[in-house]
Ligand binder design. Sequence first.
Ligand code: GUN
Ligand code: ZN
Length: 440
Amino acid sequence: MTTNDSRIIRAELLSFDADPGEGDTPAEGSVRHIEDGALWIEDGRIHAIDEFARLEADLPPGIEVIDHRGKLLMPGFIDSHVHYVQLEIMASYGRQLLDWLNDYTFPEECRFAQYDHALALSNAFLDEVLRVGTTTAQVFCSSHPDSVDAFFTASSKRDLRMLAGKVHMNRHAPEALCDDTQGGVRDAERLISDWHGTRRLGYSLTPRFAPTSTREQLDATGGMLRNDPSLWLQTHLSENTGELDWVAELFPESRDYLEVYEQSGLVGPRSTFAHGIHLDQEMRQRLADRGANLAFCPSSNLFLGSGLFDRQAASDIGLNVTYASDVGGGTDLSGLATLKAAYQVGQLRGQPLTAWQGLYGLTLGNAKALSLDENIGRLATGMEADFVVLDPDATPLLARRHARCRTLGERLFALMMLGDDRSILETWAGGRCQHKREQA
Ligand code: GUN
Ligand code: ZN
């Protein structure tokens, strides 16, 4: 709920105005860092941001000033790809993608036919993401429309900016999870009319991945996207080598996996393709030409043994890369944990990730790639007041490490590698504090 309250948060402020680049020091003008800053929020938006000393003179009498000196305030984190319906099967042992789907994921998603279950899990999921500083996510629900109604209802009650959609799949999955092409279209159209553009919610068309849809279903999804380019689209692409072989068998008319989606009109500037590990440079170029983004899901790629994402190859040709947890394939909802895994994957590829690039990615980078940057991703006047207050001294060990850091870059990197939910002191969304860490 938006409030009419005005408030000032006094803290160290950090926000990105542009891509900092890959260097050890950020590109000129890309970072806004104010050591003793003030964020003035009003009616759910940022009214002003400045040095505290400069803003102090203009403050209305009696305005509440929340003193978070010693804490670091950043825009809320964004997760570009996550399955809320898989929360309770995180960390299921010992399978790679296709067996993991059949053995754990599909049976679990059957439970979301029940609205009450879906609502309870939506709320549990939102509690968890807010606990780790995430204020926006692009979310897979299950194939049941009720699972989407429940998720949007829960998100709307908290006035969160969220993208989500109903999974489409009409083959190679349990009967209870399959829709049929026309029924799926009708359900999606109803959900779009009820939720897309309501409050801060957006609808993302969600064909699960090529193997679980017929060509007819992929074409029908492309038709919906063509009819309304304000919709988003999310699916999976080239995650696992067994999946690649299966797609080649199922779609012999396509020269590669990406072309399956291209032929159905699914590749556009609002399309997110999760994973994209096993691609050649020509396929990456085709994605870049359409302005699509690849969601890099490092903890999931490590957990499911899918492979090491080539971030450099994407950035060389200007292909947008977003950062994502991919829970329940991923092992952690936390954006900081995602960056830690991205650093580790990068090290194995000779492409270490700087904290500048990682934190830019989690905030403005993800917002831009998802076309949400008019509203979120930066601390700037007029933007929605979604932000996270980080405690760099959250534990004795973190405080020790922090005390040894000499530069902001070192501090941010230590936070990215060692931080977890204890480092998230508060999470604010829509101008309200929606998570406050319990005192140790
Ligand atoms: N490919 C198709 N479905 C899924 C899913 O639920 N998770 C992941 N990681 N990959 C998929
Ligand atoms: Zn996924």
